[in-house]
Design a protein around this ligand. Structure first.
Ligand code: PRE
Length: 314
């Protein structure tokens, strides 16, 4: 397969409709700003379109600093035809409560928004609209779009980004209603295998690990592979495989690029002790933080050790 480069990507899917935080992430991605952007109703729909080559890449949410991992994304990446992460974007999230013109805050009886957004405004809702019924929507902007369409809606107000409310001509009933003002969501740009960004020295790698069997110290065995090679993990989540009660896989992000010796050695170690290792890509970190190799774990340390072994064997 001819490797694709980032400049070969022209059709970008995202969790829509327009005005989602995911679209903001896509706009923040340099290579996508002036390319075709295609909204999808769900993360699954965007990733299915990517797998069937309808689009070249998809921007999807993966992790929020308050609410944690986005299960729909983690599960869709852990199963099905392989996809790879080729970049990440961090977006600060601020929410507004909006409604059609003429709806006073005191009359709001029901609120629609994405479950991740609802979790981030729970305290505000408890103190300002304690009796409001929550109605889940497929994204924050989907709640604004429903309010903006003529006809009946299932809820009186929506929680979304200010831009989504503005797009639909809605009134802001309250601004900046997030319980944590520093909330940030992390988005990943996903593509089909064949696109591997070059190492930058400030990279991350994502994998999903499937254990061989359930035994005492099984997770420790996996973690040791990282520890002994000085590889720092930045996210670790267990997700049910769906096969049986108690059957879990581990979704992990860690510092470094597959081209780094210590990352390569870690992946080989994991491959030996796991039933399966799904490689989900190496890509530049959005925060640009460089990982310093611990003493004895730099590329030249691994080269020197390999040379030494070769000499012993000859
Ligand atoms: O609904 C949106 O606007 C999204 O982009 C999704 C999403 C998420 O899945 O976490 C993104 C950011 C916010 O944390 C809330 C919702």
């Amino acid at each position: 397969m001819t490797p694709r480069t980032l400049s070969d990507l022209h059709r970008f899917g995202y969790l829509g409709p327009r005005g989602t935080f995911t679209q903001m992430a896509l706009d923040a991605w340099d290579g996508a700003r002036h390319e075709e952007q295609v909204p999808f109703g769900s993360v699954d729909a965007a990733l299915d379109a990517l797998r069937s080559a309808e689009i070249d890449a998809a921007m999807v949410p993966i992790e929020n600093s308050v609410e944690g991992g986005v299960s729909a994304t983690l599960d869709a990446l852990a199963t099905g035809d392989p996809l790879v992460v080729i970049g990440e974007v961090l977006v600060p999230v601020t929410f507004v409560l909006c409604a059609r013109a003429g709806m006073p805050l005191g009359s709001v009886r029901s609120v629609g928004t994405h479950p991740h957004a609802w979790a981030q405004v729970r305290s505000w809702m408890a103190s300002h609209l304690p009796d409001a019924v929550y109605v889940p929507t497929l994204s924050t902007a989907a709640s604004a779009a429903a309010l903006g369409r003529p006809g009946d809606v299932m809820f009186d107000a929506g929680v979304c980004a200010p831009v989504a409310a503005a797009n639909e001509g809605l009134e802001i009933l309250a601004g900046d209603i997030g319980d944590n003002r520093a909330a940030v969501t992390r988005f990943v740009l996903v593509s089909r295998p064949g696109t591997l960004p070059e190492p930058t020295g400030a990279d991350k790698t994502t994998v999903v690990l499937f254990q061989r069997d359930d035994h005492a110290g099984g997770l420790l065995e996996l973690l040791e592979q990282f520890a002994v090679r000085g590889v720092n993990m930045t996210r670790l989540e267990s997700r049910p495989t769906g096969e049986a009660m108690g059957s879990y896989c581990f979704s992990i992000d860690f510092e470094g690029h597959v081209q780094d010796a210590r990352v390569g050695e870690t992946l080989m170690g994991l491959r030996r002790v796991c039933a399966d290792v799904r490689f989900l890509g190496s890509y530049p970190r959005a925060d640009g933080v460089r990982a310093d190799a611990r003493l004895g774990t730099a590329d030249h340390d691994f080269d020197a050790a390999r040379l030494w072994l070769e000499q012993l064997r000859s």
